[in-house]
Ligand binder design. Structure first.
Ligand code: PLP
Length: 397
């Protein structure tokens, strides 16, 4: 069957990781990957996760199927993370949450759900966006379009272009946003800008879909959910895809959730019934472990506190690496203002490095950066920061 079929192209970022792995140079640095790394260059298991796993090992009595929507305690924990302990949405039962396999799974469940009821919609993505957004929504059968987001000239959000585009999107289309820590640019919307976007959504009648893959990696768990809170307060319909891959370090446990928020509890019940039919035919019910770990942590005050501390440590290390990179380039007299790197949020940065510089760094210094100049700050450590700053300074000289 496969003899006459051309192989599909490899995923560009995973291809970079493969090349990095095969590079024998001990000084090599990988700034391309999409996972958090500590100062030793490792992607650690959080101590709160290990503690929760010990508890689960003692308490678990069955490996029987979870409900189609997943563990109800997990869904309640996800809703508290999204809307707060006393969130109005939770009190009024306006949200339907299903445990999905990772943020990607949540996006796909949302896409399949929406395709049933909005078959003619176009999905609007930020320019640029995480490459997999295109694949997920196109595979679900949606035509795609882009709204202005990142302005390379100002290294900031092109807010005039963004509002112009959002105002022209017709009712019945779907608009995907990065709730915080925009991937790949690291450039986020501020609170006033989010309020304007909510107003445009209300006026125009398109459906907001929030991708929330980095809650707690920007400013903090509560600060990062500002957009969710504003859409919740608006009373509009919207969706949120949560991922706990990064903020709980549960990458390979495929832990995420899709939450559909509706104006009333009655509508939310209908949404949940259709969510279950979508999940049933894709993976029937979710993998339990990651959700049980997350729910165990979030339901236990001590573990919850420990998680917030470990999350803050990850966030602060990334912020420290942003400063070290900018200060290191300035100290080496590299021409140009790199202060925008300090203003960006989350793990990623549009570094401003050209494709020619990216190629030079890889060829001559074994430093791996994704084409387009996106760097993962978590690939920097106290041991390699000087090497990387020296290399960039030389490349730009
Ligand atoms: N959305 C964005 C913007 C991401 O960057 C990622 C992961 O890199 C995801 C969603 C998916 O996360 P997960 O690994 O949980 O599927």
């Amino acid at each position: 069957m496969w003899k006459n079929i051309v192989a599909a192209p490899a995923d560009s970022i995973l291809g970079l990781t493969e090349a990095f792995r095969n590079d024998p140079n001990p000084q090599k640095v990988n700034l391309g990957v999409g996972v958090y790394k500590d100062d030793a260059g490792k992607t650690p298991i959080l101590a709160c996760v290990k503690a929760a796993e010990k508890l689960l090992l003692e308490r678990e009595t069955t490996k029987s199927y979870l409900p189609i929507s997943g563990d109800p305690v997990y869904a309640a924990c996800v809703q508290k993370l999204l809307f707060g302990e006393d969130g109005e949405v939770v009190a009024n039962r306006r949200a339907a949450t299903v445990h999905a396999p990772g943020g990607t799974g949540a996006l796909r469940v949302g896409a399949d759900l929406l395709k049933k009821f909005m078959p003619k919609a176009t999905v609007w993505l930020s320019s640029p966006t995480w490459a997999n957004h295109k694949g997920v929504f196109a595979t679900a059968g949606f035509p795609l379009s882009e709204y202005a987001y990142y302005d390379p000239a100002t290294k900031d959000v092109d807010f005039a272009g963004l509002t112009r585009d959002l105002q022209a999107i017709p009712a019945g289309d779907i608009v995907l946003f990065h709730t915080c820590c925009h991937n790949p640019s690291g450039v986020d919307l501020d609170q006033g800008q989010w309020r304007e976007i909510v107003e445009i959504a209300r006026e125009r009648g398109w459906l907001p879909f929030l991708d929330f893959a980095y809650q707690g990696f920007g400013i903090g768990v509560e600060e990062d959910r500002y957009a969710v809170e504003q859409f919740a307060a608006s009373g509009l319909d919207f969706l949120v895809a949560s991922s706990f891959s990064k903020n709980f370090g549960l990458y390979n446990e495929r832990t995420g959730a899709l939450t559909v928020v509706s104006p009333t509890a009655a509508e939310s019940t209908v949404a949940m019934s259709h969510l279950k039919t979508v999940v049933r035919v894709i993976y029937s019910n979710p993998p339990a472990h990651g959700g049980l770990v997350t729910a165990t942590i979030l339901s236990d005050p001590d573990l919850h506190r420990q998680w917030l501390g470990e999350l803050a440590a990850m966030r602060e290390r990334i912020v420290a690496m942003r400063s070290a990179l900018v200060d290191g380039l300035n100290a080496r007299g590299v021409a140009g203002d790199f202060s925008y790197i300090k203003r960006q949020r989350g793990m990623f940065s549009f570094s401003g490095l050209s494709d020619a510089t990216v190629a030079w760094l890889r060829q001559h210094r074994n430093i791996y950066v994704v084409g387009g100049g996106r760097i993962n700050l978590a690939g920097l450590t106290s041991k390699n920061i000087d090497y990387v700053c020296d290399a960039i300074a030389e490349a730009l000289r």
